[in-house]
Design a protein around this ligand. Structure first.
Ligand code: PXG
Length: 458
């Protein structure tokens, strides 16, 4: 089966974020089924999914309750929209549940089909908000370098991924980027508290450069996900809050990865004690079983949009899709009844922190960090304590070795990241850490025994 499917894949399928030519030569890995925290490929391998798919399968694979919720809703009402003064029970109930779980000042939601659409919605909403406030010049959005906010034109313009910008220009105008609070790569050797404050000060400097009257919002992930599981210094978010309040700039907290328990609270904003005006969500909302996203809207923005009247010309065919909404609702219900979020905060998150932290003693590891169930390892050359030359591809090598050993661990440059299903057990955390250590050992060995590679890129 593998070969014929691989041939068809090569012939017809263009994969996301993929070098089409290289994949065509190599052939893709075919994932056939999954249960709990394990995925299986067509060659018969069982692999621990340390990434929960793409940061989304929070309840793990094979939850029959979610399957049943989808099939029941498909029979009842497979599709209807929320345009033109109509709605349906799953969308209404999901909206109510989300607003109950969100911080108290958040009482509305706008549904989308994905996180990228959520961020497109954010951009349109903040600009409309300020126009309705009589400040139509407040249009600029300040975002961060190395942030990820999606792959649509607005999403990638808000994001700060240099390779995406290089391929995607011209970008959406009116978006400016500031430095990220990435202590390991940009502040190592310095006091993290001072570094965090300095990164917040960069936001204020940008607001002053653009003119406070021209800036609508600041957007950021609580912990940067795709950028490398970057946990900001504790001083960062309090300082950012102060800057935004001082200049009356809306705060948009992108909860697409950090929402729904990943950091041990329902939303990352709650971990950092933030009061966002807008919170884009997706991924863990349905544990990835069906595509659904949205924007949670705080009272300040929602009240303005509602009270002003006039149509908001924005929405998607699948905004609040009934089957996706029914699955998301059941997903949230299961998370509540099984105390998934509390378990991440009080038990499995701290346990992961302890076990993952032990990897610091590995010669290849410059830093092992985690928060809730998101974690990263910074790979360094033991010979000098600095990064390996980029051309060595140490991170990708470690990722491939890890996959072959039975663990999905991602690489972002030479940062190894994990974001396992929230239902992972202590024994499975032990297995994950054991496999990560095995991958590190083998990576170290391979890099040490390739002196020709060293010479080539020295
Ligand atoms: N915001 C954040 C913070 C994300 O992580 C999006 C928005 C966009 O969501 P959609 O549903 O449109 O994909 C994301 C998505 C990776 C990777 O390689 C990360 C994402 C998507 C695909 C790959 O880490 N994050």
């Amino acid at each position: 089966m593998s070969h014929s499917l691989q041939a068809l894949d090569r012939a017809h399928h263009l994969h996301p974020f993929t070098d089409f030519k290289a994949l065509g030569e190599e052939g893709s890995r075919i994932i056939t089924h999954a249960e709990g925290v394990y995925i299986h490929d067509s060659e018969g391998h069982r692999i621990l999914d340390g990434m929960a798919g793409l940061w989304c399968v929070n309840l793990g694979y094979g939850r029959e309750e979610l399957v049943a919720a989808a099939s029941a809703q498909m029979r009842e009402l497979p599709y209807y929209n929320n345009f033109f003064k109509t709605t349906h029970p799953p969308a209404v109930k999901l909206a109510e549940t989300l607003c109950r779980l969100a911080p108290p000042h958040v009482n509305h939601v706008f549904f989308t089909g994905s996180g990228s659409e959520a961020n497109d919605t954010v951009l349109r909403m903040v600009r409309r908000f300020w126009a309705l406030q009589g400040k139509p010049r407040k249009q600029w959005v300040v975002a961060r370098e190395n942030a990820y906010h999606g792959s649509t034109v607005a999403g990638m313009s808000l994001g700060g991924m240099a390779p995406m910008h290089a391929q995607g220009g011209p970008l959406v105008p009116g978006i400016a980027h500031v430095r990220q609070p990435y202590w390991f790569d940009e502040g190592r050797g310095r006091d993290p508290v001072a570094f965090g404050r300095e990164c917040a000060a960069a936001i204020e400097a940008k607001i002053q450069e653009l003119g406070e009257d021209n800036v609508a919002a600041f957007i950021a992930e609580p912990v940067q996900g795709a950028g490398g599981a970057i946990i900001p210094p504790e001083s960062y978010w309090p300082a950012v809050k102060t800057v935004l309040a001082k200049h009356d700039i809306l705060l948009v907290v992108d909860e697409v990865i950090c929402g729904f328990g990943r950091l041990g609270e329902w939303f990352g904003s709650q971990h950092y004690d933030l009061e966002p005006d807008l919170m884009p969500i997706a991924k863990g909302l349905s544990s990835g079983y069906l595509p659904i996203g949205g924007v949670l809207v705080g009272d300040r923005v929602a009240d303005t949009l509602i009270e002003a009247g006039g149509e908001f010309f924005h929405g998607f065919t699948y905004s609040g899709h009934p089957v996706c909404a029914a699955v998301a609702l059941k997903n949230l219900e299961l998370m509540e009844t099984e105390d998934v979020v509390e378990r991440v905060r009080d038990d499995i998150g701290p346990y992961l922190a302890k076990r993952w932290g032990e990897l610091t003693d590995h010669p290849l590891v410059g830093e092992a960090r985690s928060l809730g169930l998101i974690g990263a390892l910074e790979l360094i050359d033991p010979a000098c304590g600095e990064r390996f030359p980029k051309t060595w591809g140490a991170g990708n090598l470690c990722r491939d070795i890890s996959f072959a050993a039975g663990l999905v661990m991602r690489s972002v440059g030479d940062t190894m990241i994990i974001s396992p299903p929230l239902v992972i057990t202590r024994e499975q955390v032990d297995e994950l850490v054991g496999l990560a250590r095995q991958a590190l050992d083998e990576t170290a060995e391979r890099l040490a025994h390739q002196p020709h590679t060293k010479e080539k890129s020295a």
